[in-house]
Design a protein around this ligand. Structure first.
Ligand code: SAH
Length: 396
């Protein structure tokens, strides 16, 4: 039953399962439900029939329902307009909404729109839809996104897949929705010009969430040798180069990403002889490096724990790459360790970095705990929205 007509069907919780929802946590797991959802838009009720909120649902997903509002009211045009505009106002206040810049406009639950991600790259928007419910409501939100986007001077609209679509019975997507695209787009990030391939790049084309940390590395690179492990298209590398690094290595397993890194390095007016390309598996290549030879080392691996059950296995993988990163760091150098696995919490993350440094036989001091930037906000009611963690270390 895929009607978008209000009122949506009622989906009941099992008795006593309303505790999290009463704290305005937006997620409902299938084990809390009295029956499997048979509609993608639902009014969620406690066992007595009292409506607690309205959202999207899926019969096959363990994450069975996601609430958009904690009141008995429809997900209509006025609702989407208010949420999209409010998210936009925040990005403008943050100073991140710029005609040539990159910025996340909508970050799912963090902007009260579970399952929807929208990134801006200069004149282009990239949308990701993660749920069947949002898919059913496309005729409501997509014209709004297009209208507001056009008003904001955007002309290219692209759609990319989001992890988790399969659980919602959705096919992968990768397409141009509106406008024309002759190739990758360029965004400004501080002093750097970075290239984003909207249709072929990873995720929505780029990792906007590392913006602040790339700028920071840029400020700390004068006269240094910088190793950028899991470097993708070399964002950290270009910033380091512009910041005056003597030599920068970008290490990644993706050849197209490294091609882009080389091109961006040159496009930013940097000397190609100072950029080293290391293509291959980080676990192998980091082992081959001369120990203690890099002044600045960034280790930004992909999410090794995609599910909660993977955390123990992921712990070892993170530990190995952080240990190898520490080994490569010169005495008195700086090491940045990152994890974008939501399932590895802050405490576990610090433990993995600590263990890695112990195994490397290196002492280190924490200069700062790092996290995701303000255009990736998460609700206090939804701690799962906090995913990016970093430790900035001085290694002795
Ligand atoms: N730091 C980057 C984003 C890194 S995303 C930025 O600021 O843009 C993680 C990267 O790790 C991806 O580019 C992916 O291609 C790469 N990767 C994944 N597994 C890898 C492996 N085993 N060895 C080397 N690179 C890997």
């Amino acid at each position: 039953m895929n009607t978008t007509r209000w009122p949506y069907p009622v989906l009941h919780l099992k008795p006593g399962k309303e505790a999290l929802l009463s704290k305005r946590h937006p997620w409902v797991y299938s084990r809390a439900l009295a029956q499997a959802p048979d509609a993608v838009l639902v009014r969620l009720a406690d066992a007595s029939g009292r409506i607690l909120g309205v959202g999207t649902a899926s019969p096959d997903n363990a994450l069975a329902a996601r609430l958009f509002r904690f009141e008995d009211a429809p997900l209509d045009e006025a609702f989407f307009r208010a949420r999209l505009e409010s998210a936009l106002v925040l990005r403008k206040e943050l100073g991140l909404w710029a005609s040539r810049g990159g910025c996340r406009w909508v970050f799912g639950e963090g902007d009260g729109l579970p399952g929807l991600v929208v990134d801006r790259y200069a004149q282009a928007l990239v949308v990701q839809v993660g749920t069947a419910g949002l898919e059913a409501l496309r005729e409501l939100w997509w014209p709004l996104l297009f209208e507001i986007g056009q008003r904001e001077g955007l002309s290219v609209f692209v759609e990319r897949s989001q992890a988790g679509r399969r659980e919602e019975g959705l096919e992968p997507v990768n397409r141009l929705l509106k406008g024309s695209l002759s190739g990758p787009v360029t965004v400004r990030e501080g002093p750097a010009k970075l290239t984003v391939d909207l249709l072929r790049g990873q995720k929505t084309g780029f990792f906007l969430d590392q913006r602040e940390h790339r700028l920071q590395v840029g400020r700390l690179s004068q006269g240094k040798r910088v190793l950028n492990a899991f470097g993708y298209t070399g964002g950290f590398s270009v910033h380091a180069g512009l910041g005056g690094a003597l030599e920068v290595a970008t290490l990644d397993s993706s050849a197209p990403a490294l091609d882009q890194a080389d091109q961006d390095w040159a496009a930013n007016g940097l000397d190609p002889a100072a950029h080293l390309r290391m293509e291959g598996d980080a676990f192998e290549l980091l082992r081959q490096l001369e120990p203690m030879s890099w002044d600045r080392v960034i280790v930004d691996p992909p999410a090794f724990a995609k599910q909660r059950k993977d955390v123990d296995k992921a712990f070892k993988a993170y530990k190995d790459v952080f240990r190898l990163g520490a080994r490569a760091t010169a005495p008195g150098g700086m090491l940045w360790c990152f994890s974008c696995s939501q399932h590895l919490d802050r405490a576990r993350f610090q433990e993995v970095v600590w263990t890695a440094l112990l195994e490397a036989g290196r002492d280190a001091r924490v200069l700062a705990h790092l996290g995701q930037p303000s255009d990736h906000p998460y609700s206090l009611n939804h701690p799962e929205g906090f995913y990016l963690k970093g430790l900035w270390l001085r290694v002795e």
